[in-house]
Design a protein around this ligand. Structure first.
Ligand SMILES: [Zn+2]
Length: 272
């Protein structure tokens, strides 16, 4: 660090430290300056815009002590409430092409949900993902304009580079759903056996015909709550019967994470 650069940095923070900054770049002074940066940032953060805070942080990065850099997370969590009227129309073509295997590898009770290990492909907005599994939450995790649905299904996908994408489907009370019944029957049959189920079902029945969706960037809804998960929440629910909802709730009811703040994020809407 040269003196001119050091002076600029210190002046930008607090005039009182300018003289100290001129006299050198000792470890102790760096620490003092850093703490004053933090205080200043904290004091102004309530009124400062995000850009201002980021700029101030970048200007005072201490590359000698990178392990002290603050790692911020938790601003992009899921689930969220979706204000449907506030969603922005998606500019790019976000069309979905789903080709899920009808032969489910296994149906397992993982301790917090019923999970179907399944394969298949999803092309989301022109990018390729592999289906890894799908599972259910009761009641729903996401809400639409504050409204909960009895169930929410999550199709979890992974891209070649490791990126995760989840397609969420709300289930509402209506007519019975054959594919959902096959899952419930399989879970019941497997209560007495641990054999792999090899269940065959028409996965397409678990998805709405019209695949319009709400899209935002969020997280996993169970630990480790990993962020940068792409969410595609189907706008149209699928019908299941009241008896089927009750049957699922015998296994899991209340396995939904609380709604998280949207913060600065945008919710996009893709209309099929
Ligand atoms: Zn889930």
């Amino acid at each position: 660090m040269n003196n001119e650069k050091g002076l600029k940095k210190v002046l930008a923070v607090l005039g009182a430290f300018a003289l100290l900054g001129l006299s050198g770049c000792g470890q102790e002074q760096t620490t003092e300056t850093d703490s004053s940066v933090q205080e200043t940032t904290e004091l102004t953060s309530e009124v400062a815009t995000e850009e201002t805070t980021e700029a101030a942080t970048e200007e005072h990065l201490d590359y000698e002590n990178q392990d002290e850099w603050v790692f911020e997370s938790g601003e992009m969590q899921s689930p969220i409430n979706i204000e449907t009227g506030a969603a922005e129309a998606m500019i790019e073509d976000g069309s979905l092409a789903l080709d899920y295997a009808e032969e489910v590898v296994d149906v397992i009770d993982n301790g917090h949900s019923i999970e179907m290990e399944d394969g298949g492909k999803a092309t989301i907005a022109g990018r390729s993902f592999e289906l890894t599994q799908f599972h259910l939450h009761s009641p729903s995790e996401h809400t639409l304009d504050g409204e909960y649905f009895p169930l929410e299904l999550h199709f979890v996908h992974k891209a070649q580079d490791g990126r995760l994408a989840v397609i969420a489907v709300f289930f509402k009370e209506g007519t019975a759903n054959a594919a959902f019944q096959a899952i419930l029957d399989d879970v019941k049959a497997n209560e007495e056996t641990t054999a792999a189920s090899g269940l065959s079902l028409n996965v397409a029945e678990l998805l709405p015909t019209n695949k319009s969706y709400y899209h935002y960037l969020g997280s996993l809804t169970t630990p480790p709550l990993t962020e940068n998960v792409e969410w595609y929440v189907m706008a149209n629910p699928v019908e299941v019967s009241a008896e089927q909802i009750a049957a699922f709730n015998e296994y899991y009811e209340g396995n939904n994470r609380d709604v998280q703040p949207l913060g600065e994020r945008s919710v996009l809407k893709y209309e099929e």
